[in-house]
Design a protein around this ligand. Structure first.
Ligand SMILES: *Cc1c(COP(=O)(O)O)cnc(C)c1O
Length: 420
């Protein structure tokens, strides 16, 4: 059956997937993270189909989900990988990604890291002028790396200040208003043949994304007219929001690509390698988490095995980071019943470790489960070691196949993490 990537996976479907995980011998796990690898493949294919730019390099942002098993599936499905650190570059290599399909975007690259990136032949986006000078000193004609410069398009305002990076005052990239200095850098360095823009993440709109890309495309026009060396890599970043609620708009890659095509028709026909770097929009709805309810307390409060360790943003800024929660019984079936305002508490030793307050849910008892939707991006990758609990079991479902992507931490793993 084809996978409906234009709709959220239905609660019944998620509950059924959880029951399969339990049946495969994992019923005693306090919590489990599940990734739908078949859906990931379909989401990657959907991006490629939406842009319909043959030869485009669609990369997956590793920081959204660095599990090597997930990255491997993405690479096998035709995606490249975007690395926010040299460590992520090595995750990409481990996942079998060819170096020319790795985009190295770290905002703080040391000389040694730049030398390694050039030696490997990665695509590199410089963040600032000082980095360009470092690359100039290290670059040799033998290097196959393609090098771009990240531009901050200086959009007017950010809905989500914490994750926006393409607005006035952002520290990422060279501000577009420094046009003369940008033109000068491209005139002096023939190795600079790419432009990069990444505007933000959850909270931006398609018109904002298109506005940012169009501003940098305008810059490309000017640069191309000014010098003989082509600018043949145009990296428009990621940033498309994911749908975390049924009543929120679903911003599809098809809608985004259509808006880009309308605003910049030549983007898709110019002699240029289009690069994208989506993370959240591809991965979020490819994953969910289920925790057993360990105990209930008056309130009612249901105490779970995941909290601020796995959901840092949700716990500290609950109004900005929504998740839907689904109550499941002992057997993993959807619970019915009159909703009661329920507080979902995490397992950490501080009063604020709450995933939800007074959320209407069917009455939960110890041994029941809570399923948390849309956890495929920026969840495990942001794991906090506070209170030193084990990272739960992580599994991948691929049609009928189940694979362990990461076994639950052993206590000795945690002790070793802290130097023991
Ligand atoms: C984080 C990041 C991405 C991915 O962003 P999403 O919002 O997950 O699509 C892409 N490019 C760069 C440079 C990033 O920092």
């Amino acid at each position: 059956m084809p996978i409906a990537v234009d709709a959220r996976p239905a609660p019944e479907h998620l509950a059924e997937a959880f029951r399969r995980v339990r049946a495969a011998g994992h019923a005693d796990q306090p919590a489990v993270l599940v990734h739908d690898l078949e859906r990931l493949r379909a989401k990657i294919a959907d991006v490629a189909a939406a842009f319909a730019a043959p030869g485009a390099l669609h990369t997956l942002a590793i920081k959204a989900n660095p599990l090597v098993g997930v990255l491997r599936v993405a690479v096998a499905a035709g995606a490249g990988l975007e690395a926010a650190s040299i460590e992520e570059v090595h995750l990409a290599l481990r996942a079998g990604c060819p170096p020319d399909r790795i985009v190295f975007d770290s905002p703080v690259k040391t000389e040694a890291e730049l030398a390694e990136a050039l030696r490997l032949g990665l695509r590199i986006n410089a963040d600032n002028f000082a980095e360009i000078e470092r690359i100039a000193a290290l670059h040799t004609p033998a290097s196959t790396s393609q090098i771009g410069l990240r531009i901050n398009p200086e959009l007017a305002e950010a809905a989500l200040a914490l994750t926006s990076v393409g607005h006035r005052g952002s520290r990422f990239g060279v501000p577009l208003s420094q046009r003369p200095a940008i033109v000068d850098a491209f005139e002096r360095h023939a190795f600079l043949t790419g432009l990069h823009v990444h505007i933000g993440s959850q909270g931006v709109t398609i018109p904002e994304l298109v506005d940012g890309v169009a501003r940098v495309w305008d810059l490309r026009r000017e640069l191309v007219a000014a010098r003989p060396v082509p600018i043949d890599m145009f990296d428009l970043g990621g940033g498309l929001p994911a749908q975390y609620r049924d009543d929120a708009a679903r911003l599809t890659p098809t809608a985004y690509a259509a808006a880009l095509r309308a605003a910049i028709p030549e983007l898709f026909t110019a002699d240029v390698l289009i690069v994208t770097e989506f993370g959240r929009s591809i991965l979020a709805d490819c994953g969910f988490v289920v925790s057993r309810v360990e105990v209930t307390k008056p309130g009612p409060v249901a105490v779970l095995h995941v909290g601020a360790d796995l959901f840092v943003r949700r716990v500290y800024r609950p109004h900005e980071w929504h998740h839907d929660f689904i109550a499941l019984g002992r057997d993993g079936r959807l619970l019915a019943g009159e909703p009661v305002p329920t507080t979902l508490a995490g397992p950490l030793c501080f009063g604020g470790d709450l995933l939800a307050r007074d959320l209407p849910l069917p009455s939960l008892a110890a041994g029941d489960h809570v399923l948390i939707r849309d956890t495929g991006a920026y969840t495990l990758s942001m794991w906090s070691r506070y209170c030193s609990r084990a990272i739960p079991l992580v599994v991948g479902l691929d049609g009928p196949e189940l694979t362990v992507l990461r076994p639950r931490d052993r206590i000795s793993d945690v002790v070793a993490f802290w130097g023991g």
